[in-house]
Structure formats: structure tokens, C-alpha cells
Design a protein around this ligand. Sequence first.
Ligand code: GRF
Length: 198
Amino acid sequence: MRARIVVLVSGAGTNLHALIEAAHTSYDIVGVVADRAGIGGLRRAEAADIPGVVIDPGSYPDRSSWDRALAIAIAGFDPSWVICAGFMRIIGAPALEAFPLRIVNTHPALLPAFPGAHGVRDALDYGAKVTGCTVHLVDEGVDTGPVLAQRAVEIHEGDDEASVHERIKVVERELLVDIVTRLCALGCTVDGRKVTIP
Ligand code: GRF
């Protein structure tokens, strides 16, 4: 039986697109949740006949009501895995408690280096020669959860944020699809910070 996954997006949704293209292997994408309307990720969901829901923080009186609404929206799709694919929000306690060790994030840097919203820019500004991407389980911190997989990407002379990010995203999409496919087929065991997909 294929796993049910929900994908959370905030932007263009190219990672979502890669997941859509590989769907029906070990998973089905049963819903997409966005934090704002009108984004590419929602258009990609619609084109693939996947139901999309917008949970915009601007529509909620405070952070905790948005956190609860997000958890309810995700749970409404009854997923076994939740994939943050360019979702630029911190997942609050209600969703973390509803899906313990079942939420995956992709980050455009080699964690624990350069966490946060500007991982690509921060690596460039630091003068790093190698950066990359990390797929990890989500915990209560910002990009601090146990690492599932990483890939390195070189930074070249003359690179800017956009050129490095584009090069990362090519590798990131492939890695994310590989990890989600394997997780959905095989699950994983978590021992402290060490994660193993059997
Ligand atoms: C990805 O690089 C993700 O890691 C970062 O934002 C990008 C999202 O790209 N947080 P897309 O929306 O999947 O095209």
C-alpha cells in the first residue's frame, strides 16, 4: 500500500513538482498546504489534481491559532508523512505532536551550517567553498532535526545567491525524491540524532 503524503509549500514549488513526477512509486500526494495564496506550488498542485489548502498566518489572530489551523489542515488529509518542500515557516507544537518524527524538511545548506531562511546567502557571505542541501526530520528547533541525507554542492568564483541556489535545487530535488520514496517504502529508525532508513 502506498503512503499518503502532504506537501507544505511557500514558493515556486519545484520540489513539489519533482515529488509529483515521482508519485505512485511508494506514495501518493493527497494534499498540498501553502502559507499564502497565488504561489507556483498551488498551481502545480491544481495542475496535478491535488487538493490545495491555504493557511495564511495573516488570517489568524495569533501564532498559536495559526499553529492549530495548520495541524488541523494537515490532519484533514490523514497523511503518514508530511514533507516541507520550501515551506518558509516554523512548524509549531500542534503539528509536531500530531506527527512525531513524521515531518521532513529540505534545507538549502549543509546543516548544522547556515540554518534559517537565508541558508544560501549566509554560506556565500561566509565565504564557504562548498555548501549543499540537507533533508532532515523536523523537531521544535529551526533546521535542527536529525539528518536523513545530505549532498554537497561547490560554490564557484563569481557565483551569486541565485546561481548557487539554482545549482543546489537541482541536487536537492533529486535527494528529496529519493529520501521520500525510501521513507514511504521502508520507514526509518531514530536513535537520538542518528536516523537509519533500513
Ligand atoms: C528550496 O531550495 C528549499 O530548500 C528552500 O526554498 C527552496 C524552495 O524551492 N527553503 P521550490 O519552491 O521547491 O522551488
